[in-house]
Design a protein around this ligand. Structure first.
Ligand code: PEP
Ligand code: MG
Length: 323
């Protein structure tokens, strides 16, 4: 099997019936790009920029950030790199930036919510990203967006940051694609309105499932509620992908579910464009993808969302894969 997968490093990510997809890597530092490339990633679908903030003892300067983004995008040799803006708070504290203690950190002051209230800090990151776009196709993604107003506010700050860079680098950043994560239930439900205002979505199923099921993603006692194959959740994901496509917006996924073997045929059947996962899962997924027919997958989706439980969906998919 390993030998079969190794042959797929330079192969396109394509279904049995010839439909093209992208399989990308999730990375945590610029050094991870090497492994992503070795595993044949079509790009980086999620660069978790938190390491920049969490590894040091001070706020990373614009230049420090710029160097990290430049290194990542240069290492990918022309393939796109989606950088998620700061996603701290919640379960990811910063020693040098004391945040108020909260009863419900996952529902509190985190990620884009901090950035919108501290625009100078946010702009530092955005300027670094625009500058790094000189060295390759950087794309920018906002985490934890709930409302259209938040998205617009984030984009406004981005436009200001870009204008500041353009004062010395005319035109730089004009081709940078802007996207957002779908990880708050309201955003999933409201995907049509949001899709009109971004170039791409990336579904963050780790948080989306946690919030939809109201079950802490890190709490073992409620881990039975982590149900990527639950038919009601599948309907929501299908809605998000279809809403994206109605507005010419690319639909990606960067949560764990994107690399889940039983979810793959369903996501292909829904037309998900990009699957971003840990680098070690890429070749296995590409191999599996090449054996699946998208029309059969689409039929499978219709059957799956009419079932009642995640277990029933798992049985259905397994029986179809073993056929
Ligand atoms: C997610 O929420 O699915 C996601 C990809 O982001 P993180 O796991 O970093 O919260
Ligand atoms: Mg998340």
């Amino acid at each position: 099997q390993l030998a079969e997968w190794a042959k797929l490093v330079d192969a396109p990510s394509v279904s049995k019936d010839g439909k093209e997809f992208e399989i990308a890597a999730n990375i945590g530092t610029p050094d991870d790009v090497e492994d992503a490339t070795k595993q044949g990633a079509d790009g980086v679908g999620l660069f978790r920029s938190e390491f920049l903030y969490m590894s040091g003892d001070h706020f990373p300067s614009e230049d420090e950030q710029f160097e990290a983004y430049k290194k990542a995008v240069e290492g990918m040799n022309g393939k796109p790199v989606v950088v998620r803006t700061m996603d701290i708070g919640g379960d990811k504290p910063l020693d040098y930036m004391p945040l108020p203690e909260e009863l419900n950190p996952f529902l509190g002051y985190r990620a884009i919510r901090i950035c919108l209230q501290q625009p100078d800090m946010f702009k530092t990151q955005l300027r670094a990203l625009v500058r790094a776009s000189e060295f390759g196709p950087i794309q920018i993604m906002f985490p934890m967006i709930a409302t259209v107003a938040e998205l617009r506010a984030a984009k406004k700050i981005y436009e200001e940051a870009k204008a500041e860079v353009q004062a010395t680098h005319p035109g730089l950043g004009d081709n940078v694609k802007i996207g957002m994560m779908i990880e708050v239930p309201l955003a999933a439900v409201n995907a049509d309105a949001l899709a009109k205002e971004v170039d791409f979505f990336s579904i963050g199923t780790n948080d989306l499932i946690q919030y939809f099921f109201a079950a802490d993603r890190g709490n073992e006692s409620v881990s039975y509620l982590y149900q990527p194959l639950n038919p009601a959740l599948l309907s929501v994901i299908k809605h998000v992908i279809e809403a994206a496509h109605r507005h010419d917006t690319k639909a990606a996924m960067c949560g764990e579910m994107a690399g889940d073997e039983l979810a793959l045929p369903l996501l292909m059947g829904m037309g998900l464009d990009e699957y971003s996962m840990s680098a070690t899962s890429i070749l296995r997924t590409r191999s599996m993808m090449s054996k699946l027919d998208t029309k059969e997958c689409a039929e499978l989706v219709e059957e799956a969302i009419n079932l009642s439980t995640a277990e029933e969906v798992a049985e259905l998919v397994k029986s179809r894969l073993n056929k």
